[in-house]
Design a protein. Structure first.
Length: 181
């Protein structure tokens, strides 16, 4: 074959490999802008924590099997919705999202490490195999339960206050100024 054709085939092969990786990790790639949004809107004192939580969430979603990446995206989107629906304390809403994302990232990393190094070694001993099987079931259930608990926490913080006719700052200004500009 002509060397120019081979170079073209190699480039095409590389582009197809990149495309396959992008499609294979599409949900993980969808997490990037949402987690970037979290870091950008976080207050200055929370920004390093937001970056760390975003990194833990991405790392956990990358090393853990399928439910982790969509549920990480769900946690981030729930936090985003909570931020925009919150009328009283947006800083607390961002901090709740940071906490939930960091905790879920740590759980996913722990489960990924457990599946990679501890679960395959259980084939030699039947007692160890049975114990690790139970632990694996509990850990995989925790991967589903933790995002549900986070969504309940966000819903609780949203419904903690009755709905108001105006924003809290406007209401405080109206009462302090007695309606005068």
């Amino acid at each position: 074959m002509n060397s120019i054709v081979l170079i073209g085939l190699w480039i095409l092969n590389g582009l197809l490999a990149i495309l396959w990786l992008m499609v294979d990790n599409l949900i993980l790639l969808a997490c990037l802008p949402v987690l970037g949004w979290l870091v950008i809107i976080a207050p200055q004192e929370q920004r390093p924590w937001a970056g760390g939580a975003a990194g833990l969430g991405l790392a956990g979603a990358a090393v853990t099997p399928l439910p982790a990446a969509p549920l990480t995206l769900l946690i981030a989107l729930t936090g985003m919705a909570g931020y925009y629906l919150e009328r009283f304390n947006k800083r607390a809403s961002v901090w709740t999202t940071i906490r939930g994302l960091a905790l879920y990232g740590l759980v996913c990393l722990g489960y990924g490490i457990f599946r990679r190094w501890f679960l395959p070694s259980a084939t030699a001993d039947p007692m160890l195999s049975q114990g690790l099987g139970y632990l694996s079931a509990i850990a995989s259930i925790a991967l589903y339960i933790l995002p549900l608990g986070f969504m309940a926490l966000v819903a609780q913080s949203l419904f903690a206050h009755p709905p108001l006719q105006e924003a809290a700052d406007d209401m405080i200004y109206r009462y302090r100024s007695r309606g005068k500009p």
